[in-house]
Design a protein around this ligand. Structure first.
Ligand code: AKG
Ligand code: FE2
Length: 339
């Protein structure tokens, strides 16, 4: 059975006006889309999923030695996170490894990551390779969105490089590589248990790979005002025999705030598909959250489309906060930290 796909699939192998318009269209309507022409082969994606699965199979006593810290870096054990504290009261049935403090020139984190990744140089290589490539891809997507927004040129920066100039590869940012594992417990009731509560993402853009038969991601569609699945979509074999499946891309809160809501940060969640009660199938996802540099000021994006919206997001702010202040506020709510 194939699930109908409510989202656009945009080929971004080339940066040009028509690609930019297609992407902009999806980002201003659903806020979620699929991207093909991303450059990751099926083999490369399989390799990352395999690494993530091997990591999650390690002893809990080992993984918890690297427990998540207040900067959102480290291992989050089952029940440790709640994305929708007002909705579901209990922590969520998932585990995650977050790697933050990334330098995109080296692909490395300046924080400690589990030493298991250093036991084999290949593991370390896989991590730094995906970090660097996710960054490049996020910059390409931000450039296409900047073209779509027709951001004004200035003396300092060309409009199409406006976002890029605030996502410098070697400056500190909240950007995060995240491996997620949702076990396929047959005993859980798919109607009542939510794997990841309804939320919007915090950053600029989010890039996500999922695998076939591990569905569960849903968006609250701004168009239909209903929950709709983000199905697994396979690669278009007529375009390439080696390319991996389209990547899920969504707009985060900062980009929505920055553009006074022109770009949509759409609510999403992860549910247990009913068939998990029969198959017991786990879900794994590989996610990259791109964030502006910490000190980037969230002043309104200089674009006619943004100027035309009154009293929303950055257009409504009396003083402009930084990307870091924005992220810290959101993380405190998610993990129940008090400031
Ligand atoms: O695992 C997924 O598919 C979604 C995860 C997610 O939305 C998140 O971590 O922000
Ligand atoms: Fe999310």
């Amino acid at each position: 059975m194939t699930t109908e796909n409510p989202l656009k699939i945009v080929d971004i192998s080339e940066i040009n006006q028509s690609t930019a318009e297609e992407l902009y269209d999806a980002a201003t309507s659903q806020g979620f889309l699929f991207v093909e022409g991303h450059g990751f082969s099926q083999d490369e994606i399989d390799t990352v999923f395999k690494l993530s699965k091997q990591f999650f199979e390690l002893d809990s006593s080992y993984k918890t030695k690297y427990a998540i810290d207040s900067s959102n870096h480290g291992y989050a054990d089952f029940g440790g996170e709640n994305l929708d504290p007002k909705g579901q009261k209990k922590g969520e049935p998932k585990e995650a490894l977050n790697i933050t403090d990334l330098n995109f020139l080296t692909g490395k984190s300046s924080k400690e990551i589990p030493d298991w990744f250093y036991e084999d140089p290949e593991r370390e290589r896989i991590i730094s390779d995906i970090v660097g490539r996710f960054y490049e891809l996020s910059i390409k997507i931000l450039k296409l969105l900047a073209i779509g927004l027709k951001i004004d040129d200035s003396d300092e920066v060309k409009g199409e490089d406006w976002f890029q100039s605030r996502h410098s590869p070697s400056k500190v940012s909240g950007s995060t590589l995240r491996f997620l594992h949702y076990p396929g417990q047959k005993s859980l009731n798919p109607e009542t248990v939510i794997r990841a509560g309804a939320h919007t993402d915090y950053g600029s853009v989010t890039l996500l790979f999922q695998q076939e038969n591990q569905e569960g991601l849903e968006i609250y569609s701004p168009i239909s005002k209903q929950w709709e699945p983000v199905p697994f979509v396979g690669a278009d074999k007529s375009k390439s025999t080696t390319a991996g499946p389209p990547l899920v891309v969504n707009i985060g809160d900062i980009l929505s705030y920055w553009t006074a809501g022109v770009l949509k940060s759409t609510i999403h969640r992860v549910k247990f598909p009913a068939k998990v009660q029969i198959t017991g199938q786990d879900r794994y996802s590989i996610v990259f959250f791109s964030q502006p540099n910490d000190e980037a000021l969230l002043e309104p994006v200089p674009s006619a489309a943004v100027k035309s919206i009154q009293n929303r997001g950055a257009n409504n702010a009396v003083t402009h906060i930084t990307a870091k202040q924005h992220l810290d506020n959101r993380l405190a709510a998610t993990y129940g930290w008090t400031k």
